[in-house]
Design a protein around this ligand. Structure first.
Ligand code: MSP
Length: 524
């Protein structure tokens, strides 16, 4: 095992409301990546959390007549932490920006920048979107229509704008244009996919203005240490969660071990914050820049970006309650191309559940266990002489594993799952063609029957390992079914060993379990 720890993050989500499957998507995909790297035997650290400050959260609390701290405390406990259980996330830490460790780290960081001249005091006059907590340049301001008629809206995301004039502190972001462009060129993988990279490079090429980093008209935030009348602008403290959660300004050894992050998973709506402001802040502080910012697309419902404010937000519970967390994780990993927008529908989830999980994988596992029970008293038979058909299965598992590994390195979990699923399809095809139930009728073919069932069970063993990052619960049952405990805990099996054939000892009990994915009656 190398000394490096692979460090994965999600954005920290605003606690103005309950989570929806857009948030669940980012966290699920980060989780699949995390678990895959763990399955490789790497040390991994997976961070997620919530963004509690800013006007959006404050206004929501006020509208509900509660103190903002009370508002966020309630939502975090009732909604945000339980969501992680709902989607079966294996995060190592959960950061809240109202925590002391964050406040201390944020103040230390900006004090450092204030001390080294990266910050100055000035007057801000311009447009602000509370909805996306973003300053919007004059070029991106347009007249609103429909419900927004009579207001200005942001050309970036359509959110309503407010004009503000405040005395604020500024970060000399404008000074970093060339340094950022040089960095992007020297690190072509820093922003992915290419569409996000192109957007960022062209934005920075047009020039950067200095960034207001403090607010002085409300006080829900972290105080500026050198001026009691100011709090930090929510984004420039929120971004720091990635370092304050791992000991920045407090536990240098821990910080050194984990920083820089290997991948920040973000939605494409916030790629500019992560790929422009964030690296510039780190450059100003003399800290290393993360290896990669991966921007995924939006989940569309009825063709529109799903969001709570549009009332098309679906809570993860709504899907998990019917299909279970494994099917939820599988669906989002498989059905959407990570990096592109994608539409989802209840019908599509149901169709994939039945075709791929219940019939494709679940049936294969139960048929294999049933045949070993029937023909070999439930004990794994030896493999006799193999034919081209077995070799094709073995070769495919090797190739699919290599392809999936490459996909994970390219942050393409959908390709990784698709590669592994080729094995599910191939094994089903193999069993159909070899017809073990026919072979079983001929006593002189006992060896051949053993070979077919041994190959099928070995294929299922490989699948349990390769699919564990995606469907952790079902694969534990599958592991038990194929007698995997003889080989140790499923979490300790390595991806690289999955294609190694003949691991389960002959005679191991093969267990009939409850169906991995029982059929579900879907009403209208
Ligand atoms: N608080 C900031 C992030 C700070 S990170 C230092 C924020 N929060 S948010 O609650 O608005 O969450 C935004 C993230 O949620 C997006 O970047 C994306 O990861 C996810 N999504 C929200 N809606 C989404 C969809 N409809 N589809 C896919 N992901 C979406 O921005």
């Amino acid at each position: 095992m190398s000394d490096r720890t692979f460090y994965v993050t999600t954005p920290i989500y605003y606690v103005n409301d309950a989570p929806h499957i857009g948030h669940g998507y980012t966290t699920t995909m980060g989780d699949v990546l995390t678990r895959w790297h763990r399955q490789r035997g790497e040390r991994v650290w997976y961070l997620t959390g919530v963004d509690e400050h800013g006007q959006k959260v404050l206004r929501k609390a006020e509208a509900n007549g509660v103190d903002p701290q009370e508002w966020v405390d309630g939502l975090v406990e009732r909604e945000w932490k339980p969501m992680l259980e709902t989607i079966d996330a294996a995060n190592d830490d959960f950061i809240r920006t109202s925590e002391e460790r964050h406040q201390v780290g944020v103040q230390a960081f900006w004090q450092r920048l204030q001390d080294n001249g990266a910050v100055y005091k000035g007057e801000f006059s311009g447009w602000y979107s509370v909805g996306s907590e973003e300053f919007v340049g004059d070029d991106d301001v347009k007249d609103g229509e429909g419900d927004d008629a009579g207001h200005k809206v942001s050309a970036l995301d359509g959110s309503r704008l407010e004009h503000m004039t405040e005395t604020n502190y500024f970060f000399r972001l404008g000074d970093y244009q060339q340094q950022l462009l040089d960095f992007y060129e020297a690190h072509p993988d820093f922003i992915a996919p290419a569409s996000a990279r192109n957007e960022v490079v062209s934005f920075v090429s047009r020039g950067l203005t200095d960034l207001s980093i403090s607010r002085s008209t409300f006080d829900w935030g972290i105080g500026v240490p050198w001026d009691d009348d100011h709090i930090f602008y929510v984004w420039i403290e929120a971004l720091l969660n990635y370092v304050t959660a791992i000991g920045y300004g407090d536990d240098e050894a821990r910080f050194e071990e984990l920083w820089p992050a290997d991948v920040h998973i973000v939605g494409k709506d916030i790629v500019r914050f992560h790929a422009i402001i964030w690296p510039a802040m780190l450059m100003a502080a003399g800290l290393p820049i993360p290896h990669r910012v991966f921007a995924h697309g939006w989940i569309l419902v009825g063709g529109e970006k799903m969001s709570k404010s549009k009332a098309n937000g679906i809570h993860p519970n709504e899907i998990v309650a019917t299909f279970g967390s494994d099917a939820y994780r599988y669906y989002f990993s498989r059905a959407l191309t990570f990096g592109n927008d994608g539409s989802i529908s209840w019908e599509d989830i149901g169709a994939r559940y039945h075709a791929e999980l219940a019939n494709g994988l679940g049936n294969l596992a139960s048929r294999a266990a049933a045949m070993v029970a029937k023909y070999f008293d439930g004990q794994l038979p030896a493999s006799g002489e193999t034919t081209e058909a077995e070799q094709a299965v073995i070769d495919l598992v090797r190739q699919a594993t290599a392809d999936a590994e490459a996909a994970i390195d390219a942050v393409a979990p959908h390709d990784a799952v698709a590669s592994v699923w080729r094995v599910v399809d191939a094994l089903n095809g193999y069993v159909t063609e070899q017809q073990p139930w026919q072979v079983a009728k001929d006593e002189s073919q006992r060896d051949r029957l053993g070979t077919i069932l041994n190959t099928t069970v070995e294929g299922l063993r490989a699948l349990a390992v390769l699919l564990h990052p995606v469907i952790p619960k079902a694969t534990r049952v599958l592991w038990q079914s194929v007698g995997g405990q003889r080989l140790g805990d499923l979490a300790d099996q390595r991806v690289a060993d999955a294609p190694r054939w003949g691991q389960i000892p002959v005679g191991t009990p093969i267990v009939k379990t409850a169906p991995l994915f029982p059929r579900i009656e879907l009403g209208d």
